[in-house]
Structures are given as structure tokens and as C-alpha cells.
Design a protein around this ligand. Structure first.
Ligand code: SF4
Ligand code: SF4
Length: 326
């Protein structure tokens, strides 16, 4: 499949609503506001593209692993959470560091950070009363994700969503055992909040031209889950590795995207000028290829071992430039 040969199936296109997904996403809107549900609505009936969302599940990937992974994830999500301990206990920085280090070593999650919750991250119509959000990252196996857009790539995404569900529940259960209310949130359904801004605030890297996060350790090759809590955990700081500038001079994902959905320039979306993928162009291909993920796999930052080296190089260049300033 090349970008010039992709033609969406007419039976899929017949299901699209009159409204553009870009309009729902707030493309061109100057006002900073909560996001609206556009896809992966918690119920397809909640979104204008609900019939298209139902159609996604009719595409047979031809791999048994999809059903297995979906069932495993459902069992994880359906299991009861640890009962809330009666009295909240103070969680020190050292307690949290020791818990997260053990979780990283055990592979419960591959990255973790904490941000103060910003109500604008909640979807329109959703109220979230928690003060903090813990964000976790789950690294794709590069060899498997590189098979995208073949179904094996999508299966790797499913595996990481299953790990993401388990990771969020592990963190929520630990917090609940300390006496702090905690609510796990996990994809692929939209849930209550958009996770990318929370991940940016939690030190997960920067937004790439392909509209996904890039972090030096994993590039774009990871999934997220989150836990909402009132436990006063140590907050992480946002990071700047110069990835945003790097994207200005790179067009690997733009060239690789089969339906040409990735724009060369940033755009205004709900009051913020940022990288944005054309929803209406991406979705038909995404739907016919089990979630696609080509842009995540081809990003140079996603190649094993490359991201940290690139980050070091950009940091050295930045330091050199700072020294050259009069
Ligand atoms: S996921 Fe969407 S934006 Fe990314 S390569 Fe596929 S079609 Fe393009
Ligand atoms: S492929 Fe290049 S332009 Fe696209 S997100 Fe990655 S670094 Fe940025």
C-alpha cells in the first residue's frame, strides 16, 4: 500500500456524518476549551462518527490475537479495585520513588510522571474533581510496531493497551491501599479526559508533527494510561529536548502517511497553535488498517537507541548556540 494507491472502501465512506471531525476537534477555534468527543466515544451513540466507529470492528484483521488481547484487557478492567484503606496515609517522595522504581523494574509500566490536573483536559460535559493525574507509558516492541499498517502492528498496539490497563490498575490499587481514592483511566476508548496534554505536563516529552507524543526513550512508540487521585504526589516537570524544532525540519511522517493526513505546519486548535493531524483524512485509512500507526513506527525517534542520542545531540547544539550568543 502506498499513499498514492489508497482508496477507502465506499461502504465505510457511506457511514460518515456531514460534520467534519476537524470541526468537532476545534480546528481553527481561537478559544481554549475542553475537547469534544470525536472518536472512540465511550459509546458509539455518543459521537457523530459512531457508525464509522462500529464499522472499525467489522474489519477482520485475520489474526486470532486481537480477540485474545481484547478479552484479556476486558478481564483486567472488570476486576474489582483494591478496597480503599480507611485512613489516608502520607505518601512521601521517597515512598513514591520506591514504588515507581519497583514498578519500572517489574515492567508494570515503562515510564511514569505526575501532573496537577487541569480541568480543561476533561472532555466536554465531564467534571473531574481530582487534583492530580499520574500518567504511565508502555513501550511498543519496535519490530512488531514496524509491521504497521499490517495487522501485526495493530496487534502490538492491543498488547500495549492491555499492559496500559494493568499498569493503571496497579497504580490505582497501590494508592487505594494508602487510603487515597484513585480512578484508573485506560484506552483505547476516550474515557473522561484527553491524555496527551497531561502526559506533556508530566514530563513525557513533546508533541510531534504526527500529533502524537515523542519522548527520547521510546520515540512515539508507546501507549498511555492514567490514574486520577487526590494523593499529593511529587509533580513532574515538562521537558524540552528540542523535538518541536526537529519536527520543523523533518518530514518522514508526512511522506510516509498513506492518506497524506499530516500537515507541514502547526495549526490553531482550541486556542493553541500546535501540530495537528487531519482527522478526516487519517480516519478512513486508520479504520481499514487496525489503527494504522505508520507515523509512530517511521518516526526516527522511535528507532531503538536513536532517541537518547538525538536528544544529546540537540542539547549539545543548544549549548553551543548559547555560548555563541554575544
Ligand atoms: S495513523 Fe493516520 S496520520 Fe498516522 S500514518 Fe496512519 S493515516 Fe497517517
Ligand atoms: S517523523 Fe519527523 S516530523 Fe514526524 S514526528 Fe517524527 S521527528 Fe517529527
Amino acid at each position: 500500500m502506498t499513499r498514492s494507491t489508497f482508496k477507502p472502501r465506499p461502504e465505510q465512506m457511506a457511514l460518515y456524518p456531514d460534520v467534519s471531525g476537524n470541526t468537532i476537534n476545534g480546528l481553527g477555534d481561537a478559544e481554549r476549551r475542553q475537547p469534544s468527543y470525536v472518536y472512540w466515544g465511550n459509546s458509539p451513540d455518543d459521537v457523530a462518527h459512531g457508525d464509522v466507529q462500529r464499522w472499525f470492528y467489522t474489519v477482520d484483521p485475520g489474526l486470532d490475537g486481537y480477540g485474545v488481547e481484547r478479552a484479556r484487557r476486558a478481564a483486567i478492567i472488570d476486576a474489582p479495585l483494591t478496597p480503599l484503606a480507611e485512613t489516608p496515609r502520607a505518601v512521601t517522595e521517597a515512598d513514591f520513588a520506591s514504588f515507581t522504581q519497583a514498578g519500572l523494574e517489574a515492567g508494570d509500566f515503562d515510564k511514569i510522571g505526575v501532573a496537577a490536573f487541569d480541568p480543561v483536559w476533561a472532555f466536554e460535559g465531564v467534571e473531574i474533581g481530582f487534583k492530580h493525574v499520574v500518567v504511565m507509558g508502555f513501550h511498543h516492541d519496535f519490530e512488531e510496531i514496524s509491521k504497521a499498517p499490517a495487522p501485526e502492528g495493530g496487534l502490538e498496539v492491543m498488547r500495549q493497551y492491555r499492559r496500559a490497563a494493568q499498569g493503571a490498575i496497579t497504580v490505582a490499587n497501590w494508592l487505594r491501599a494508602q487510603g487515597w481514592e484513585a480512578e484508573p483511566l485506560t484506552g483505547p476508548m476516550s474515557g473522561k479526559m484527553t491524555m496527551i496534554p497531561a502526559a506533556l505536563a508530566s514530563g513525557f516529552g513533546e508533541l510531534g508533527k504526527h500529533g502524537s507524543l515523542i519522548t527520547p526513550e521510546f520515540g512515539s512508540s508507546f501507549r498511555l494510561s492514567a490514574v486520577l487521585t487526590d494523593c499529593p504526589l511529587p509533580l513532574s516537570a515538562p521537558v524540552d529536548h528540542g523535538i518541536d524544532d526537529f519536527c520543523l525540519n523533518c518530514r518522514v511522517c508526512e511522506d510516509a502517511c498513506p492518506p497524506e493526513a499530516i500537515a507541514p505546519n502547526k495549526q490553531l486548535v482550541r486556542g493553541e497553535v500546535k501540530w495537528y493531524v487531519d482527522f478526516d483524512k487519517c480516519l478512513p485509512f486508520f479504520n481499514e488498517h487496525q489503527g494504522c500507526a505508520v507515523c509512530l513506527a517511521v518516526c526516527p525517534w522511535s528507532r531503538p537507541g536513536v532517541g537518547p542520542r538525538l536528544a544529546d545531540k540537540l542539547e549539545r547544539r543548544r549549548s553551543r548556540k548559547a555560548l555563541e550568543q554575544p
